[in-house]
Design a protein around this ligand. Structure first.
Ligand code: GLU
Length: 423
């Protein structure tokens, strides 16, 4: 089973969804075509070749991208993805969503994303280090603490960020801790960054369950994906009394109708590297997981997993998007017609970039906060943003995605307007 491979029922891609979401919101806000074009167009994009010497001495040439979608509210911000599915259009979509996410959370950033088309599981750590350093060198003129600040995403981690920070620092002749976020805590990373996205997803999920008058204690959930986002989300949901009945990764899915023992599952994953083979649950397939009779569904893997072909089968009342772009525009319409509440990615998974912002602030000031301080500030930001989006949705009679995107797009358009067009 591959999560990404079976993601879509059509040839449309995430960029089509991102552009349609923006078009809908520009219409709601009454923006003219020029403004919509300004908001849609990436400000800068670069595609680079990454020649890699493999451990066996052979040479392979990989391709990487960095797209800065918008810089109106501050330096660009966004992750770096290593995945075989990376292409320029995907990176463009992810960069646009970063612009809206940062604006929605009122962070002083624009949006960016990077990607290298590579399956990291097929390369040694030394090879991945060479890929990261060469990619960083190639995009060097574009990045930096006041220009564009990368962070982890699918297939990258704190080691990748340490290599990026080091490559940037060596090129500049001094250590620049604010050049990337998601670094190891021992190297200018922030306490609480590694768990921030998952914690943020759960803060919002608990608010949304209560909004639907469901008591989180005893409610049920399925979490698709058991990586950086899904694993923590499953753990925090379980800690808050939600029964997580099923979860999955690219190798398989497991289901336990009385609720999975998440800490036993984590022990299994640490040993086996996958949820597959976990003895505390029954094997199911990915489509069955998405259609389980649960209160809450958390897609926390890749884009486009909920599409026209399977959205009609979703039985959850609430979908909280841990991944970026997991619901296609067609699926969104189907879920809306069926009365399913969808909490959009730019709100639900914003905890990661919020704590990236905290990390950047701490690095720039060389003054470090405790885990408790980081988590308290994260909780406040997530709950405020949830309330804000809910109010906007009520006032304008919108779905949560349109409301969140309206709030974000308005802030970006306002920054454009105030700065004026140059020359
Ligand atoms: N990759 C994460 C995201 O999609 C985090 C980005 C960041 O921290 O800059 O939101």
């Amino acid at each position: 089973m591959t999560l990404a491979g079976e993601a879509r029922s059509t040839t449309r891609g995430p960029l089509d969804d991102a552009i349609e979401q923006l078009a809908e919101v520009c219409q709601i806000l009454g923006y003219d075509e020029g403004t919509e074009q300004l908001l849609a167009a990436p400000r800068r994009e670069v595609t680079v070749s990454i020649p890699l010497r493999r451990d066996d001495g052979s040479v392979e040439v990989l391709t990487g991208h960095r797209v800065q979608h918008n810089l109106s509210r501050g330096p660009a911000k966004g992750g770096l993805r290593f995945s075989p599915h990376v292409d320029l259009d995907e990176v463009r979509a992810l960069a646009m969503w970063m612009t809206w996410k940062c604006a929605l959370m009122d962070l002083p950033y624009g949006g960016a994303k990077g990607g290298v088309t590579i399956d990291p599981s097929r390369y040694s750590s030394a090879e991945l280090e060479r890929v990261t350093r060469r990619y960083t060198s190639e995009i060097l003129p574009l990045i930096g603490p006041t220009r564009d600040i990368p962070a982890p995403d699918i297939g990258t981690d704190e080691n990748t960020m340490a290599w990026m920070m080091d490559t940037y620092s060596v090129a500049n002749g001094h250590t620049v801790l604010g050049a990337v976020t998601g670094k190891p805590v021992s190297l200018g990373g922030s306490h609480g960054r590694a768990t921030a996205t998952s914690l943020g997803v759960v803060h919002v999920a608990l608010e949304a369950l209560r909004h639907l008058r469901l008591d989180p204690v005893g409610s049920t959930a399925a979490v698709q994906g058991f990586g950086k986002v899904g694993r923590g989300a499953a753990r925090y949901l379980a800690e808050n009394g939600v029964q997580v009945l099923a979860t999955s990764d690219e190798h398989g899915a497991v289901w336990q109708p009385d609720g999975l023992d998440i800490s036993a599952l984590e022990t299994h994953v640490d040993r086996a590297g996958t949820v597959a083979g976990f003895s505390g649950g029954t094997v199911i397939d990915n489509d069955t997981l998405l259609a389980l009779d649960v209160d809450l569904l958390v897609p926390a893997a890749v884009e486009g997993v909920l599409h026209a072909g399977n959205a009609g089968a979703v039985r959850a009342q609430l979908v909280v998007e841990g991944a970026n772009g997991p619901t296609t525009t067609e699926a969104d319409r189907i879920l809306q017609e069926r009365g399913v509440l969808v909490v959009p990615d730019i709100l639900a998974n914003a905890g990661g970039v919020v704590v990236s912002y905290f990390e950047w602030v701490q690095a720039n000031q060389a003054y470090w906060w405790s885990q408790a301080e980081v988590e308290a500030r994260l909780t406040e930001r997530m709950t405020d943003a949830w309330q804000h989006v809910l109010t906007e949705a009520d006032e304008r009679r919108l779905q949560l995605r349109a409301a969140a995107t309206c709030l974000a797009v308005r802030r970006v358009a306002e920054a454009h307007r105030q700065r004026g067009l140059y020359p």
